[in-house]
Design a protein around this ligand. Structure first.
Ligand code: XIL
Length: 378
């Protein structure tokens, strides 16, 4: 029997055993779910280790509900992991409780890993991987080859094709080898297309042309044969030229025998503006024989936000999860951060914020209740 069926069956049994407790403690109405099930209520002190005790509170974790539905629920973390004091303890407990996949928001990017040419700095990335392993979470590696957040020495250098090829191969090989066997999925190439669907002008495209993409995938596969290898981008959730260019790219890569296993849809959305037929889009790529992951979900609202905004946002979170649940190859859904206090949105999109399921005080928002409900099958 496939392990996913066993996993689902096991989770159903456990859920059934605790059904009464859930009703008593968690309640059926949204406000009770928020009060009983949202925050990092795990007692402070030592972080839990795997296998985690079957504390009744875990029945209420998004992580358990998502696992029962056959998907990994992930988050991206950066500063929060290293925050000291009670704030850091509650943050880490909440992450371990609700998520079973972890992405480094910045710690696995080129500028953090190779700040000087040939000099690698592993501290941040190592701590993310160690945290994930301690808590039985998978890691999504992000990202090996990108046009942004490259170290200044790389971004500002002038390189021949041979030099660029050697730099790409060295970086991908060194990073993927260090974490060999410990990364479930790598975003091998990130954001290779402009919004109009043409190949993006990047250090890699200027020096190597489109061939850098296949080179990156082949190099990653050689270094870590177990990792699932992804192309990741934003805006491809919408029908149009960028989505079509991505589709054509992965078709070409597959036809050429390049080891690519999935497409990541970043899913940085504005409240009230979800792409039409997102499940259909996920299925379009899944039909190529690929995994589809939602890799960076957030739903931003105009700030200061209103209760109506937060309700719309909650419905949008619900709809995105529902789209993933409709597609059997949609096996992982990562939210780009935990709390509104850590989100990249306010500093990137002026006038926008409050994009995540927990507020800056780590209190669950209506979006949390919506995630809970859809993952619980309500
Ligand atoms: C963002 C991080 O969240 C920020 O902290 C950082 O300053 C810039 O990058 N697409 C991606 C992510 O693939 O790596 C980006 O992350 C968000 C957009």
């Amino acid at each position: 029997m496939p392990s996913s069926i066993l996993r689902r069956a096991g989770a159903r049994v456990r859920a059934g055993v605790r059904r009464a407790a859930r009703r008593a403690v968690c309640g059926a109405v949204v406000t009770s779910v928020l009060a009983a099930c949202g925050g990092g209520g795990d007692s402070a002190g030592t972080p839990p280790t795997e296998p985690r005790p079957p504390a009744s509170a875990d029945t209420f974790a998004l992580r358990a509900l998502a696992t029962a539905k056959g998907i990994r629920l992930g988050t991206a973390i950066d500063r929060g992991l290293r925050t000291g004091g009670t704030a850091g303890t509650s943050f880490r407990a909440l992450v371990a409780r609700h998520f079973s996949s972890l992405t480094a928001e910045n710690d696995m990017k080129h500028q953090r890993l190779q700040p000087q040419r040939g000099v690698y700095a592993w501290g941040g990335a190592d701590s993310i991987v160690a945290f994930a392993e301690t808590h039985g979470m998978q890691v999504r590696g992000h990202t090996l080859v990108w046009h942004q957040q490259n170290a200044a020495w790389l971004a500002n250098g002038t390189w021949t094709a041979d030099e660029a090829r050697a730099l790409l191969v060295d970086h991908v090989t060194t990073v993927a080898t260090r974490y060999r066997g410990r990364i479930a999925a790598w975003d091998v190439v990130n954001e290779a297309f402009e919004d109009d669907g043409t190949l993006r002008n990047s250090v890699w495209q200027r020096t190597l042309g489109a061939d850098y993409i296949a080179l990156a995938f082949r190099t990653a596969a050689a270094a870590d044969p177990q990792a699932r290898l992804f192309y990741n981008d934003y805006g491809i959730e919408w029908p149009g030229r960028k989505q079509d260019s991505t589709y054509a790219l992965v078709q070409r890569l597959l036809a050429a025998g390049v080891p690519i296993h999935g497409v990541g849809f970043q899913a940085h959305f504005q409240a009230g503006q979800l792409p039409p037929n997102f499940a259909g889009t996920l299925q379009r790529f899944a039909a190529l024989g690929l995994d589809v992951h939602i890799t960076e979900l957030d739903v931003r609202v105009r700030t200061p936000s209103t209760a109506t905004d937060r309700a719309t946002q909650a419905q949008n979170y619900r709809d995105v999860v529902a789209a993933c649940l409709q597609v059997s190859r949609c096996t992982s859904l990562t939210i780009w951060g935990v709390s509104d206090g850590d989100s990249w949105v306010p500093s990137t999109f002026a006038g926008w914020g409050d994009a995540l399921p927990w507020d800056a005080a780590l209190q669950p928002k209506p979006a949390f209740a919506a995630l809970y409900a859809v993952l619980a099958g309500r």
